[in-house]
Design a protein. Structure first.
Length: 377
């Protein structure tokens, strides 16, 4: 066995010994409380029909784009879609990337320079962390949603300062105190970057996100909106000024050096936004969230309060979280345990995602089973 193969097997064995080995599964359970399809767009027949209609009218000549946006992969429809989405979110303009990961990597690896400072909430997504690591800027983390700690980091920051947060955190489901963070950024001349991945479609009127809900559009340097969650498709867009868009086209490597998404995918994104703009799905998901929160308050479980579609039950240890998830899965609920290193050791959890298609009785039944679990904790 060569050294590289030995290294791979040793690292995998360490995961097995700790009970943390990740595996791909095809587990399909009848009641979805796991996926990020908050508004049901990924399974929507209405959206599917709208996409087919637009594809028929547009009649794209190719199955794929054939190259990057800077070569053969650009299309007027793509640019129209970018502006349509930017207008929806009250932004000047935007640039579509192939995924949220690509967007975050491209943004943070290209803009902050040597001598600048990136300050991130300790719970930001891995893609934001990786993007920051690829830059040559100084990096600091502040304690989650801790304004005092953030200000301490701002006081020692140098160069152009970027503060990076999520509006809704993907594992805790809680919201960032964006108004107060924005005030601090203004005080220290810092530039605020907000990932709205889990706020889009859920938070604010028509799901325009927390930034729009709070009226902070002009105070945010860049927003990242992803399409693979509530929008039910695939890809992401970075929203901001025309200068930001032009800069990313010229310097974001994850945009420049990748094949553009096929036009079929852009049509799906455009149609999903039409559905969001004209539908009532955001109000529907808010009702489901309110029902769950009303019911869960009576249980003796460790929870993180959340007004988002992401709800969390904390367990002290991987085995307890895994056993709780198996109990729910045995009863038909698709709920996953989130273990370290995805979350901090000792804060393993059940991550429960609510959807417009979850029937009220399914939510009531889920909480009933959680009540049973709480008695054995």
């Amino acid at each position: 066995m060569n050294q590289a193969e030995n290294f791979l097997q040793q690292k995998l064995k360490e995961r097995v010994d700790k009970g943390l080995l990740r595996k791909l599964t095809n587990l399909s359970l009848p009641i979805d409380f796991c996926s990020n399809d908050y508004l049901g767009f990924a399974r929507s027949s209405t959206l599917n029909e709208l996409i087919e209609e637009h594809i028929f009218n547009l009649k794209p000549h190719f199955n794929g784009s054939g190259g990057s946006r800077l070569l053969s992969g650009n299309h007027p429809y793509t640019e129209e879609t970018e502006q349509f989405i930017a207008d929806f979110h009250h932004a000047e303009t935007g640039l579509i990337f192939n995924s949220g990961y690509d967007a975050n990597i491209g943004l943070l690896s290209s803009i902050p320079q040597r001598g600048d400072t990136i300050i991130t909430d300790e719970l930001i997504h891995a893609s934001l962390i990786d993007g920051a690591r690829l830059s040559h800027a100084e990096r600091y983390k502040f304690k989650h949603n801790d304004l005092i700690d953030l200000e301490q980091k701002l006081k020692v920051a140098k160069g152009i300062i970027y503060v990076v947060v999520e509006s809704v955190y993907s594992m805790d489901g809680d919201l960032a105190p964006l108004q107060k963070i924005s005030i601090l950024c203004k005080l220290y001349n810092a530039h605020l970057i907000v990932d709205e991945a889990h706020a889009t479609g859920v938070i604010g009127k028509k799901g325009k996100g927390l930034v729009v809900k709070l009226g902070l559009e002009s105070d945010v340097f860049a927003r990242i909106v992803t399409f693979g969650k509530a929008i039910g498709t695939h890809g992401a867009i970075i929203l901001g000024s025309q200068s930001l868009r032009n800069y990313l086209i010229n310097f974001a490597r994850s945009f420049i050096y990748t094949t553009a998404a096929p036009l079929h995918n852009i049509v799906a994104i455009n149609c999903a936004y039409q559905l969001l703009a004209n539908g009532d799905e955001t109000n529907q998901i808010i009702k489901k969230i309110d029902l769950y929160n009303h019911l869960i308050n009576d249980l003796d479980l460790s929870i993180i309060p959340s007004k988002s579609a992401i709800q969390t039950i904390l367990f002290s240890g991987s085995e307890k979280a895994r056993n709780a998830a198996k109990n729910l899965q045995d009863n038909g609920f698709d709920v996953k345990a989130i273990l370290s290193p995805t979350v901090q050791e000792g804060k393993e959890r059940l991550r429960i995602c609510l959807h417009t298609y979850n029937k009220d009785e399914e939510i009531i039944n889920l909480v009933h089973h959680l009540k049973v679990l709480s008695k054995h904790e």
